[in-house]
Ligand binder design. Structure first.
Ligand code: ATP
Ligand code: MG
Ligand code: MG
Length: 352
């Protein structure tokens, strides 16, 4: 037993809390806003990340803290780590919170990324376009998710409007990667340095939001091997403890690393019905110092996110016998809001 604090009470926090409960841990959620995780956790504190005394009280009451999102302010993190271990740690957070720091880290590991330049002014942006060319994507360095905080630049004439849309936020320009498809690797690492990867999933996005993740992904055996090796290298280089998502672009020449997420990841939800030990349980095992479990895939799975009024299809989904439904318990349906997902499971196909 023991008590795990989870920062963030969205669906990821909710699924972490239920995995923790299965392993005999109680959980305490910290969440400033709406909290779908509240109904599965033992406790819930509703307070902001500016409330340092609430954070301190939360940290004093748990044995270990983890999180479901990477944008924890560093002042909040300071308050927490003074009272309680936080896993994964500071290095993983500071690296993945800032796209520039993240890309520099990946480059020092010798991994391929999109070409990138730091952009602090319109002059920087124009110079970056001269060097990288178009099409390109201007992204805020911090706080982006689901494609928010990004502007595509088709040609130089669009630079000024794109820069204005950043509203003064620090940004990077990324060259457009001409990928054939996108995959991700969910990797787990525990304190003894044991590393385990789930099979790569192939991810389809629409309007910047993940729609489906499919296993097996279309990868040659050597690409699959590369993907798993590079995810392990990233985790080890960060001295990472927990589960991490590594997003990759597949190009003929190389696997290009898009970004890393220091947490359980939407593209790993297929593991709930495709593996004996899913990403949520693997994360709880990793952070609590338990041995990692068996993450081998025993089925083919297509995970489909249920977003906004996809929920109208609920009756039809319930009629599908091999569609495993995972709803998040969110009261209100809104456009673009992730309401649940469904895993469609079929027997393991032979890989060539
Ligand atoms: P997430 O919700 O995964 O955290 P995000 O807001 O951090 O998303 P990215 O992963 O950077 O955004 O980009 C979202 C999607 O936009 C990518 O999955 C990819 O489809 C496309 N994209 C992003 N960067 C590039 C690039 N340099 N070249 C081509 N496509 C890109
Ligand atoms: Mg992201
Ligand atoms: Mg992404």
């Amino acid at each position: 037993g023991g008590r795990i604090g989870i920062l963030g009470g969205g669906q990821l926090g909710r699924m972490l809390a239920s995995a923790a409960a299965r392993l005999g841990y109680s959980t305490h959620i910290y969440e400033p806003g709406a909290c779908p995780a509240a109904d599965v956790a033992a406790d819930w504190t509703q307070a902001s990340y500016e409330d340092l005394s609430a954070l301190h009280g939360f940290a004093e009451g748990v044995d270990l803290i983890t999180f479901e999102f990477e944008n924890i302010p560093s002042s909040a993190l300071d308050a927490l780590v003074s009272a309680c271990p936080v896993r994964p740690g500071r290095r993983a957070l500071s690296t993945s919170q800032d796209r520039l720091v993240e890309k520099e880290f990946l480059s020092t590991l010798g991994l391929a990324t999109a070409p990138y330049r730091n952009v602090e002014s319109l002059a920087d942006l124009n110079a970056a376009i001269d060097q990288i060319g178009t099409p390109a994507i201007l992204k805020t360095r911090r706080f982006g998710y689901d494609g928010k905080g990004q502007v595509r630049i088709a040609d130089r004439a669009e630079a000024e409007v794109a820069f204005a849309q950043m509203a003064g936020a620090p940004a990077i320009l990324e060259g457009f990667v001409n990928f054939s498809h996108e995959v991700s690797v969910i990797v787990a690492r525990n304190a003894s340095g044991q590393v385990s990867c789930f099979d790569p999933a192939e991810n389809l996005h629409r309007d910047g939001i993940l729609r489906t993740s499919t296993v097996p992904a279309r990868l040659s055996n050597s690409q699959q091997q590369d993907a798993i090796l590079l995810a392990g290298r990233i985790a080890t280089a960060l001295d990472y403890i927990g589960v991490m998502g590594v997003e990759l672009f597949v190009t003929p020449g190389a696997l290009v690393v898009n970004e890393i997420a220091p947490r359980v990841h939407n593209s790993g939800h297929w593991t709930q019905n495709g593996c004996t030990i899913d990403q949520f349980e693997q994360h709880i095992r990793a952070i609590t110092g338990l041995p990692l479990g068996d993450g081998r895939r025993h089925a083919d799975v297509v995970m489909e996110n249920l977003i906004g009024d996809d929920m109208d299809r609920l009756p039809a989904l319930l009629e599908e016998p091999a569609a495993a439904l995972h709803l998040y318990g969110k009261a209100e349906v809104r456009a673009g809001r992730k309401m649940g997902h469904v895993n469609r499971v079929t027997p393991l196909s032979p890989r060539s």
